[in-house]
Design a binder for this molecule. Structure first.
Ligand code: ADP
Ligand code: MG
Length: 250
């Protein structure tokens, strides 16, 4: 297993946002996390990626315990994520945004940068090459010089994915990547997610659009009020009475 989550819990005051959740993320697969608003999906991602510290439970990544590690360490270990609300540098260009993700993994120091050492220039060139490759890969190369705030929502969503991929993660967690985009755009986003897996990156996906989930996911974790109510293949989950009652509604 690439990631094992065991008994993970998070309380905010008296609220059990995530309660005793266990599941695995298998390497090379797409694991979807679904559930109604407020079910604890984003909190689960925040716990896994070190943005929140769990109240109880553990997270293991590549057989190493990463429970409670801060976000930058988790990122260095190979876990990247996007946010439900896209976090781009709004006043920078699309290329500059992705370049910032590349720089996060750079080994040059401030001294290297100030004196423009050969190492720094080499890394700068490599970062630019990687940025262009990722913009091409995510299908937004034509927007590279546009200011992030000015491009269509779909392009912003794709740029957030490119930015996350720039850190060369082994596991990419996408929090509602298709929120607020059209059906056609969503279908194309599904294609992109498949290509990400083909690239060798394992994907965890929080999403509301059931068409996307059912066509993409290898396994699905269903949360309701912070608790796991089902975990299995799309077929298993779809026919689970608790899921139908709590989430699918009919
Ligand atoms: P989802 O992503 O499934 O819609 P969230 O994980 O965002 O749900 O939220 C789960 C619950 O935890 C909600 O009741 C939400 O209000 C609460 N919550 C999330 N983050 C915080 C926080 N930082 N402080 C207090 N309550 C929070
Ligand atoms: Mg959420």
């Amino acid at each position: 297993m690439l990631m094992q989550v065991r008994g993970l819990s998070k309380t905010f005051g008296g609220l059990h946002a995530v309660e005793d959740v266990s599941f695995d993320i298998a390497e090379g697969e797409i694991t979807a996390i679904i559930g109604p608003n407020g079910a604890g999906k984003s909190t689960l991602f925040n716990l896994i990626t070190g943005f929140y510290r769990p109240t109880a439970g553990s997270v293991t990544f590549k057989a190493k315990d990463i429970t409670g590690h801060p976000a930058h360490r988790t990122a260095q270990a190979g876990v990247a994520r996007t946010f439900q609300t896209t976090k781009l540098f709004e006043h920078s260009s699309i290329a500059e945004n992705v370049l910032a993700g590349c720089a996060a993994g750079s080994r040059s120091t401030l001294i290297d940068a100030v004196f423009r050492t050969p190492r720094h220039r080499r890394e700068e060139k490599a970062s630019m090459d990687k940025t262009l490759e990722l913009l091409e890969f995510t299908g937004i190369l034509e927007f590279k010089d546009e200011i992030a705030a000015n491009v269509p929502h779909e392009v912003q969503k794709r740029a957030a994915v490119a930015l996350a991929l720039a850190t060369e993660p082994e596991l990419l967690l996408l929090d509602e990547p298709a929120a607020g985009i059209t059906e056609d755009e969503t279908a194309r986003f599904g294609q992109l997610i498949r290509q990400i897996v083909a690239r060798g990156v394992t994907v965890g996906l929080v999403e509301h659009k059931m068409s996307l989930i059912m066509s993409l996911a290898d396994s699905i974790l269903v949360l309701d009020q912070g608790r796991r109510i089902a975990w299995g293949t799309p077929e298993e989950v779809r026919s689970d009475p608790r899921v139908i009652e709590a989430y699918l509604g009919a």
